[in-house]
Design a protein. Structure first.
Length: 532
């Protein structure tokens, strides 16, 4: 007897989506690959990958993301960071999208966000593109086949790239829109083929729901010691800081590479897959990620390839520098089978300081951790963007501002409390420059960063001697096996110590100016941790 692919009481028709054409429920990878090829959505690549392009949208559209302003959420949302949509406008958008969908073919995947059974949510993904369904199947967590017959979606996400919104009628900014309605438990995505909007919509959902239950939602990677989930670590960091590289330690078990929760029992991965950047990817540096670019059903997004041999060009960013591949987590040999671990013993906040001021590693108190978490600092360097001629600070609160529906201090206070309750140690790790700012100094040696991280995670670094940093007030180790002692004192690496002092004063002021926005909302201990 064949297991039903959908709960008979939870069809799209039962949800009010009537008049659609063919509807495919919970197809597996081979069927989704076949559908994508037949429909002309992509090409079969080497090893049976799927080569796709997302058209003009090669990244997220954060300015086109809206939350519906309803009484239930109006006092909970961080409106300074989130565009509001009125309920009536959302209803018009919903009705017009449903009318547009009539007679068209759709692919449904019933999936889950969150590995922890006590905190996961059931999410129905309705997509116009077969390859989006394949992407979602990789990225979210897949119920067992026998569970589908009783699956009840808690939230539904409808993604319709062929529908163009009308700003005047739908209360949005452009003809592209991502609209979230927490009351109706519905997200509508229109006029973008970029697949990342799917997974980040689920992340935003969990970032709203979980803090209300006392669960910390985190934009981070995570791993744990082999055969010891109680020895866990999480890694926060913005793009370019080394979050994926440093957490993908072959000597530790990978819990996940992007989105996690921290509950009363420990940490858990939100996802069931990885969405890895492939620009400049090298087999010798990251062999397992590289291997996925030749495995069946991996989605290869926006990469240039030879039209005859289909060989991928990892250096050609003419389509976008945001080229990616999506694959199930189980493709990584040291990945956790459960996606869960205990309370983290260590929290690592990664930053790429192009000013050459921060030490390669520092130990933070819980109040200092909240300060740096709310700051979410890294820096742009000359040449990365037009008009950037010297290092520029980038502050993205909670290391993921675009995905945080609630005010930042909600997440910061949760982090501070959980660090206190579970005696977690927080480390600030600078993977940026030393000996001078970008253009004068040199990039922090990756070997030294790995040695410092290993010592931090095994406890030996914390048992050593520390000095107090005069600029930021945190503790800096004086020595670490395998690391030049001079590297641990950034001022000593500069040819002109006075120039370092001026640069440090400048960076301290940048931090202070950015942090002023949070001062009315935080406790006195965090204010005291702010730079003096």
């Amino acid at each position: 007897m064949t297991t039903p692919r959908v709960n008979p009481s939870q069809t799209l028709e039962a949800q009010g989506m009537t008049g659609l054409g063919a509807i495919h429920y919970n197809l597996l990878e081979p069927a989704l690959m076949e559908a994508a090829i037949v429909r002309g959505e992509g090409r079969i690549g080497t090893g049976g990958t799927l080569l796709v392009s997302t058209g003009k949208f090669t990244g997220r559209s954060p300015k086109d993301k809206f939350i519906v302003r309803t009484p239930a959420v109006v006092d909970e949302i961080w409106w300074d960071n989130t565009a509001p949509m009125e309920p009536e406008a959302f209803d018009r958008l919903h009705a017009d999208m449903l009318e547009h969908m009539k007679g068209r073919e759709y692919f449904v995947q019933d999936l889950r966000g969150g590995a922890d059974p006590g905190h996961r949510i059931n999410v129905r993904m309705v997509t116009e593109l077969a390859w989006h369904a394949l992407f979602n199947r990789h990225m979210l967590r897949r119920p067992e086949a026998e569970e589908l017959a009783s699956f009840v979606p808690e939230f539904t996400i409808v993604n319709c790239p062929s529908f163009k919104a009308d700003p005047a009628r739908h209360g949005c900014r452009t003809d592209t829109v991502i609209a979230m309605n927490f009351d109706q438990k519905l997200i509508l995505i229109a006029n973008t083929e970029y697949a990342g909007e799917n997974k980040k919509s689920v992340f935003s959902l969990l970032n709203y729901i979980l803090p209300g239950k006392g669960v910390m939602a985190m934009h981070c990677s995570a791993n744990h010691a082999p055969d010891d989930p109680s020895d866990a670590a999480v890694f926060f960091g913005l793009s370019g800081t080394g979050k994926t590289t440093l957490s993908a330690d072959p000597s530790r078990t990978l819990v996940g590479d992007d989105e996690h929760g921290w509950s009363e029992t420990g940490i858990f991965n939100f996802e069931g897959g990885c969405y890895a950047k492939t620009i400049n990817l090298r087999e010798e540096a990251e062999p397992e990620i590289y291997a996925t670019t030749r495995k069946f059903s991996t989605v290869i997004e926006n990469m240039v390839y030879d039209p005859d041999t289909l060989e991928l060009d990892f250096d050609d960013d003419s389509l976008t520098a945001n080229m990616r591949c999506a694959y199930p987590l189980e493709e990584i040999s040291n990945a956790s089978a459960t996606g869960m671990a205990g309370h983290p013993k260590n929290i690592v906040m990664l930053t790429c300081d192009a000013f050459g001021v921060l030490p390669p590693i520092a130990r933070l108190t819980p109040a200092q951790a909240m300060y740096h978490f709310l700051s979410g600092f890294t820096s742009k360097v000359a040449g990365t963007e037009r008009g950037v001629t010297e290092p520029e600070p980038t502050f993205s609160t909670c290391f993921g501002a675009p995905f945080m529906p609630r005010r930042p201090e909600v997440y910061g206070k949760l982090l501070q409390q959980k660090m206190h309750d579970h005696a977690a140690t927080c480390w600030l790790v600078n993977t940026g420059w030393t000996g001078g700012a970008y253009g004068t100094g040199v990039r922090m040696p990756i070997r030294a960063t790995r040695a410092l991280l290993s010592a931090a995670l095994d406890g030996s670094l914390g048992a050593g001697e520390f000095r107090r940093d005069p600029n930021f007030g945190f503790d800096v180790p004086v020595t670490c096996r395998g690391v030049d002692d001079g590297l641990l004192d950034p001022r000593s690496t500069w040819a002109d110590p006075q120039a370092y002092d001026r640069q440090a004063h400048k960076l301290v002021q940048m931090f202070a100016d950015n942090f002023a926005q949070y001062v009315p909302y935080i406790d006195d201990d965090v204010k005291a941790a702010a730079i003096s």
